[in-house]
Design a binder for this molecule. Structure first.
Ligand code: NAP
Length: 268
């Protein structure tokens, strides 16, 4: 492992990845592979919120659970002598991203955000934009519809405001307790989801509306493409506002940024 002079001792710089996304997992895997090839040089840890019951394996040590706000995260950065933070959380995880910017500022640690670009409307898409989840539920209208819902299991309670629809709720973990709704079917599934499978799902449940966040990325784009192909309306929840911080869109760009900041630690 390459030595470097971060902190008082000679040790590789410590990189904290705020995770919970496929990008965070892939970034950890790429850095671990570089390390194995003798071209790395970071001590990596990945932080998860601890919401998913069986998170996928990561190529780095994992800590799980909230930090306890800005102060808690700043204390963690100091206690663990973290040298650099990469926020690779989900585009809708705005609270942790805001906290991270503030905590990194307090701890004097450089930080980069990795943010996948949002999906853009394509010819043939029938999208209705909604500012937030309650707005999206209202935008489904008053007449009953068959709605595929791809929100987090902690976000779906908003559906109870519109009990007239038939809902097909897909989440990684079960919705518990179940929603107080007369017509709801639950599917537990974890992406990626292929276009053909999504088309088959839409057809099997006679889906005539999709309620989705604008998460971006390829893994869950199949439903958007299926909706376009089947002329199904998508009620698309806009992303929350994010803090001002240096941001890149790809893992390669994160590796370049790290190489620039930590020239003796990152790959050539
Ligand atoms: P959030 O609203 O931004 O965060 C709420 C609180 O959860 C934070 O204040 C923090 O608690 C804790 N937290 C969130 N992410 C954390 C992390 N990576 N490590 C440690 N603590 C974390 O977040 P969220 O939208 O609930 O998302 C939670 C996690 O799920 C994130 O890691 C995110 O990447 C992942 N995820 C979210 C979505 C989504 O649509 N929101 C989708 C896929 C994956 P403290 O204040 O106590 O530190």
């Amino acid at each position: 492992m390459t030595s470097s002079s971060h902190g008082r001792d000679m040790r590789p710089p410590r990189l904290l990845i705020l995770g919970g996304t496929s990008e965070a997992r892939e970034l950890a895997a790429r850095l671990a592979a570089l390390e194995a090839a003798g071209a790395g040089g970071f001590e990596i840890s990945v932080s998860l919120a601890g919401r998913t019951r069986n998170p996928l394996a990561l190529a780095a040590p994992v800590r799980s659970g909230g930090f306890g706000g800005v102060e808690g995260l700043a204390a963690h950065l100091a206690a663990e002598r973290i040298d650099v933070v990469v926020d690779a959380t989900h585009p809708f995880a705005a609270a942790i991203s805001r906290n991270a910017v503030k905590a990194a500022g307090i701890a004097g640690v450089p930080m980069l955000a990795l943010l996948r670009p949002p999906w853009e409307r394509q010819p043939g898409d029938i999208w209705t934009d909604a500012p937030d989840i309650p707005g999206a539920v209202a935008a489904l209208g008053t007449a009953p519809r068959n709605v595929l819902v791809t929100l987090g299991r902690n976000e779906v309670r908003a559906l109870e405001a519109a009990p007239q629809h038939h809902y097909l709720v897909r989440s990684i973990d079960p919705v518990d307790p179940p929603l107080a709704l007369p017509r709801v079917v639950y599917i537990e599934a974890r992406g990626p989801f292929a276009l053909e499978d999504e088309r088959a799902l839409f057809a099997a449940h006679h889906i005539d509306a999709l309620l989705s966040k604008n998460s971006g990325g390829a893994a869950t784009y199949g439903k958007i493409a299926a909706a376009r192909a089947l002329r199904v309306e998508v009620v698309m929840v806009a992303r929350p506002s994010r803090p001002q911080v240096e941001t890149v869109a790809t893992i390669d760009a994160v590796l370049d940024w790290l190489a620039e900041r930590f020239p003796r630690s990152a790959p050539d």
